[in-house]
Write a protein that binds this ligand. Structure first.
Ligand code: UDP
Ligand code: MG
Length: 321
């Protein structure tokens, strides 16, 4: 049986500080796996440059020139981590039997790759990398991330706990994934929808060895919000029940006001009137905002914009073939 080709897809946004080291480590990992005959010698590391403004693409070109084990995909502009990953997988699926997605900063332990490949060879189509602990994350990051997973679960979104985007997918799983034509890409939510046999592999998450996070709080919040509104309509249901509840309460209040008036009670005060007007107004605005969020999503989806545009691809055959 012919051995299987592995592509490691690495999205890179302004990663000039980490790329030299990352490329070295990934290459020795890949070569060790080739040596052990677990994967084919055509296996490669594919860097996706997500519209970086620094030397990232130049470094990728140099790496490709020095060794064809490195290949590169250059996006026409910055499209964000998820889109960059999808772009890389779209290209890689043409050549690879299995694809591992990994962050450029190697916060995710690359020694888990062996176990991922083993699981693939044992017949699993999707192998999720799962953090065994979050010791190295700041308290804030850990707390917000765990709250996020719990919230997603509570809202009925099927995601794997403590799994980021470090995972192995077989060719057919990636092909399945690419059939999802949605514009609001939240891979962690879509991949479980693809199905096929899956398993998990545990690893320790380290700190970034160089450079700083490209995911500031603002992007993190946007990402979480996107994940929830892309996969769950529970917020709309909640609003509907809230609306029903408030209507019932206001009817009771109305009856009570009429009754007290008939019985000769004093007219309700100005302040309570103001408070209720403001309160109802606020609730209405909130509801409108959330409903609008969904309409915005429908709007984006119906446009069917391409998620990324590839400027060029570096992927030559290795020497001696
Ligand atoms: N990334 C990207 N496009 C972006 C932002 C980030 O391709 O617009 C990449 C980045 O280069 C890295 C990965 O996504 O490989 C994860 O980013 P980072 O490590 O900064 O996030 P964190 O680990 O802090 O959540
Ligand atoms: Mg990181």
């Amino acid at each position: 049986m012919k051995s299987k080709i592995l592509y490691i897809v690495v999205p890179c946004y302004k990663e000039e500080e980490v790329l030299p080291e990352t490329s070295k480590r990934l290459k020795s990992k890949l070569e060790a796996l080739i040596e052990q005959k677990k994967i084919d010698s055509d296996s490669k590391i594919m860097f996706v440059n997500d519209g970086s403004t620094d030397n990232t693409w130049k470094i990728i070109q140099e790496l490709h020139n020095s060794d064809k084990i490195y290949s590169g995909v250059n996006l026409s502009r910055n499209r964000g981590h998820q889109n960059a990953l999808l772009a890389g997988m779209t290209v890689a699926v043409e050549y690879a039997d299995m694809i591992i997605s990994l962050d450029a900063d190697l916060q995710d332990d690359i020694n888990a790759i062996d176990a991922m490949v083993d699981n693939y060879l044992n017949g699993y189509d999707v192998v999720y990398g799962v953090r065994s602990s979050r010791k190295t994350d700041t308290f804030f990051k850990r707390f917000t991330a765990e709250a996020f997973y719990k919230l997603m679960k509570g809202l009925g979104v099927d995601i794997v706990f403590n799994h980021a985007d470090y995972r192995l997918m077989s060719k057919r799983a990636v092909q399945g994934l690419l059939q999802f034509k949605e514009v609001n890409v939240f891979l962690r939510g879509i991949v479980p929808q693809v199905g096929y046999p899956w398993t998990t592999v545990e690893y320790e998450r380290a700190e970034r060895f160089a450079g700083e996070s490209k995911y500031p709080l603002k992007k993190m919040l946007a990402f979480a919000f996107d994940g929830i509104t892309s996969f769950s309509i529970k917020p709309i249901r909640l609003i509907t029940s809230l609306g029903v509840g408030i209507s019932v309460v206001s009817i009771i209040l109305l009856i009570w006001t009429i009754v007290t008036k008939i019985l000769g009670g004093t007219v309700a005060g100005w302040s309570s009137l103001m408070v209720s007007i403001w309160f109802i107004g606020g609730v209405q605005l909130l509801c409108l905002g959330v409903v609008g969020e969904y309409i915005g999503k429908i709007y984006a989806e119906t446009k069917h914009r391409p998620l990324f545009i590839i400027e060029n691809i570096l992927n030559e055959k290795k020497k001696g073939e």
